[in-house]
Write a protein that binds this ligand. Structure first.
Ligand SMILES: Nc1nc2c(c(=O)[nH]1)N[C@H]1C(S)=C(S)[C@@H](COP(=O)(O)OP(=O)(O)OC[C@H]3O[C@@H](n4cnc5c(=O)[nH]c(N)nc54)[C@H](O)[C@@H]3O)O[C@H]1N2
Ligand SMILES: Nc1nc2c(c(=O)[nH]1)N[C@H]1C(S)=C(S)[C@@H](COP(=O)(O)OP(=O)(O)OC[C@H]3O[C@@H](n4cnc5c(=O)[nH]c(N)nc54)[C@H](O)[C@@H]3O)O[C@H]1N2
Ligand SMILES: [Mo]
Length: 662
């Protein structure tokens, strides 16, 4: 086995990230799960698929008989294939009738989804990746693509070299991405809403806004202007520590560019004001007329390879096809398409928060598919306690044991990337076909097969007549028809020959859609976009003498998430083998901490050990740690504080911690 890039592919142009190059090694790791296993106390026993699937079905039946369909909960992933997600959504909503389906996408992109819905009237990022080459100015906000989206970064670097594209970076840290910056603003962590307000203030003050565009295509400008009025650059300097003249300079570069393109990720999404920040980033683009045109646009990046597919098919956030749980017409339409009674399709008032609802006793059976929340969930001590106390826990995984599967009553072996054929929608709505290259190990099966087998044992086999993933896609196409994510004009063959197609793709747009809203007719009630600005808000948990630092947990290039794969790839593991903490030398010298020494970080909830790395790339008073390392995860420290609208956890900046010398 080996992996090589495809120079003709329009997204990566043949370039690969180190993780992509070596990923296949993880497929052969020794801890691959090869058969279903049941846990009795501490003992794991191998069982047949029939025994495992019978057990799942009987546990679901038992739980539903005692408490109704809503006691069954699913917590999914952003790393499976579109066909897996569609079957998961059909099993939950169409067969069982529970609304309680959610996944790690909540930790990743839910503030972005709410930002789109509230600004434009629908989820879906307006821009695409080609905008990087079409624009005169890139605004990089709260993301570090040099490490997290390296291929995109390569395209940015090339655009800058060839076209002289201006780059503005807004991040409290100096990161490997900072190398591209014409200007970097370094707000103190969790203060940049004030900074964006001040940029808007300057744009309005200096006449750099597009009043004609605002009048014709937006609502709410007067209120927007009033909200940002007190946020002069000087006032913002007080809050975020960025010199007023730098805020002005960045605002002018952005406002004077004929085409400006903003990109963002976790630094905006994983915040207690995540939805507000997303709306503000859209608003900055809208007031300057940067909408609908090539290079004049916005793109909130996706983190996982197929989190977009999860959102499209209903495995996270909405009913399939961005249908609304609350709209009777949407539920009826879906019931009709599936041939199930309309009352089967559940309603949902607010997002399902999986572990919280297990903790409160509402969920009696939790099925985790492709996630490791014992490491990745905020307040990991709480997460582990809940997982350990769940009445019945099923985990579908490629590896075992993981920090999460250890708590399972039953583990199911999943085929993963490279071992199954299916679709991945990337950040720019491009649906890509990925063909199976190798056989799954042992008895591992695609997730969609597992869901269909369980449905059959619940008496709903007729809903899952699929022999292969292409048959699933053919059904999904019909379900997606006339929705924002319309894929009815696609087929496996067409997707492959066009090298991916961006939705919507239908009779009107047979080749797909390069950019959303290029006619500036937004899918809102009146066709206009909603501007909105918000007051700066301090994080809930305060720093003080006992916990003087703010924690900034994030990622590194060579590790992937909770390391269930990257730790098994020697080439990657050798580069970053242990958890480190970046801290400013002035803080370190006060605490008498030397570079390379092990220290303990302590918050109000827990503690973990890290190797100190002294760097003036950090502000004093702030600490960067990777969240990847299971036994020393940053999430022992983070609080379970969420954005009030999206319910996305505020991983960034919300924990107050102290550093202890050992
Ligand atoms: N190598 C690797 N690549 C990955 C992943 C991985 O695990 N490993 N994970 C993937 C996934 S799922 C995701 S979601 C993406 C995440 O991709 P990114 O969002 O780019 O990565 P992070 O390191 O989480 O955080 C990005 C930046 O946010 C900044 N930040 C923190 N607080 C603030 C703040 O208050 N304001 C601003 N403006 N910025 C702030 C941090 O300093 C950090 O540099 O990466 C994807 N790519
Ligand atoms: N402190 C802090 N915490 C964070 C973040 C942060 O920045 N800071 N980031 C958050 C974000 S953005 C994210 S996305 C989450 C991610 O956190 P997790 O959801 O825990 O992500 P992974 O570790 O990638 O776990 C995914 C698992 O799915 C398995 N898998 C892969 N493909 C498949 C498949 O096709 N089927 C099945 N059944 N399994 C599969 C893999 O083996 C892997 O073990 O972490 C969040 N947690
Ligand atoms: Mo993510």
């Amino acid at each position: 086995m080996a992996v090589r890039g495809n120079p003709d592919y329009p997204v990566n142009r043949g370039y690969l990230c180190v993780k992509g190059i070596y990923q296949f090694r993880a497929l052969e790791a020794r801890d691959r799960l090869r058969a279903p296993m049941i846990r009795k106390g501490e003992i794991w026993k191998r069982v047949s698929w029939d025994q495992a699937l019978d057990l799942v079905a009987s546990k679901i039946k038992e739980a539903v008989a005692a408490g109704g369909p809503h006691v069954v909960g699913f917590y999914g992933t952003g790393q499976a294939i579109l066909e897996d997600y569609y079957c998961l959504a059909k099993l939950a909503f169409g067969a069982i009738g529970t609304a309680n389906l959610d996944g790690n996408i909540r930790l990743c992109m839910s503030s972005a989804a709410e930002g789109h819905k509230l600004t434009y009237g629908s989820d879906g990022p307006p821009g695409n990746l080609d905008d990087v080459e079409e624009t005169g100015c890139i605004l990089l906000f709260g993301c570090n693509p040099a490490n997290m989206h390296p291929i995109l970064f390569y395209r940015m670097r090339r655009a800058k070299l060839i076209c002289g594209t201006k780059v503005i970076v807004i991040d409290p840290r100096i990161t490997p991405s900072s190398i591209l910056a014409d200007i970097q603003l370094r707000p103190r962590i969790c203060t940049d809403l004030a900074l964006l307000n001040a940029m808007a203030n300057v744009l309005i003050r200096d006449g750099l806004v597009d009043h004609d565009f605002i009048r014709r295509h937006t609502n709410g400008f007067d209120e927007f202007r009033e909200t940002v009025r007190p946020y002069t650059p000087e006032a913002a300097q007080e809050i975020c520590g960025v010199p007023a003249r730098e805020i002005e300079r960045a605002a002018r570069i952005y406002g004077e560019a004929r085409r400006a393109f903003s990109l963002w990720m976790s630094g905006a999404n994983q915040r207690h004001t995540g939805t507000a920040l997303n709306r503000m980033l859209h608003s900055l683009a809208l007031i300057t007329g940067n909408a609908g045109r090539a290079g004049a646009n916005t793109l909130s990046l996706a983190g996982q390879c197929s989190s977009m597919s999860g959102k499209e098919t209903g495995a996270y956030g909405n009913l399939p096809g961005y249908r609304d749980f609350q709209r009777p017409e949407d539920r009826e339409e879906l019931a009709k398409l599936w041939g199930v009674p309309p009352e089967r399709i559940p309603r949902r008032e607010r997002p399902f928060q999986a572990l919280e609802q297990v903790a409160s006793g509402q969920i009696k059976l939790l099925w985790v598919i492709g996630s490791n929340p014992a490491v990745s969930y905020p307040d990991a001590n709480f997460a582990r306690q809940v997982l350990g106390a769940a009445p019945f826990l099923i985990v579908s995984e490629a590896f075992h044991p993981t920090e999460t599967s250890r708590y399972a009553h039953l583990v199911l072996p999943a085929a993963i990337w490279g071992e199954k054929t299916g679709l991945f929608t990337n950040s720019e709505r491009r649906v890509n076909l990925c063909r199976q290259a190798v056989s799954p190990p042992g008895e591992a099966r695609p997730d969609w097969w597992i869901f269909g087998q369980v449905a059959a044992r619940l008496g709903h086999g007729a809903l899952f007549p699929f022999r292969d993933s292409e048959a699933i896609f053919e059904e999904w196409k019909q379900v997606s028809r006339r929705t924002p994510v319309d894929m009815s004009g696609m087929s496996y063959e067409k997707i492959e020959s066009r090298q991916g197609i961006r939705w919507p793709c239908n009779r009107i747009h047979p080749e797909g859609t390069e950019r959303l809203y290029s006619d500036l007719n937004f899918p809102s009630r009146d066709g206009r976009a909603e501007l909105a600005a918000f007051e700066h808000e301090e994080p809930e948990e305060k720093t003080g003498p006992e916990y003087p630092f703010r924690l900034n947990p994030g990622r590194v290039l060579q590790q992937w998430m909770t390391r269930t794969r990257s730790a098994k790839i020697a080439e990657l593991e050798a580069e970053v083998p242990r958890p480190f903490v970046d801290l400013n030398p002035s803080d370190a010298s006060r605490l008498r901490i030397k570079d390379g020494e092990q220290v303990r970080l302590v918050s109000r909830r827990g503690q973990a050990l890290f190797w100190a790395h002294l760097t003036d790339r950090m502000h004093p008073g702030e600490l960067f740690v990777p969240f990847h390392f299971g036994e020393q995860t940053a999430n022992f420290l983070t609080p379970n504080i969420v954005d009030p609208i999206s319910k996305q956890p505020a991983f960034k900046g919300s924990a107050a911690v102290r550093v202890e010398k050992l």
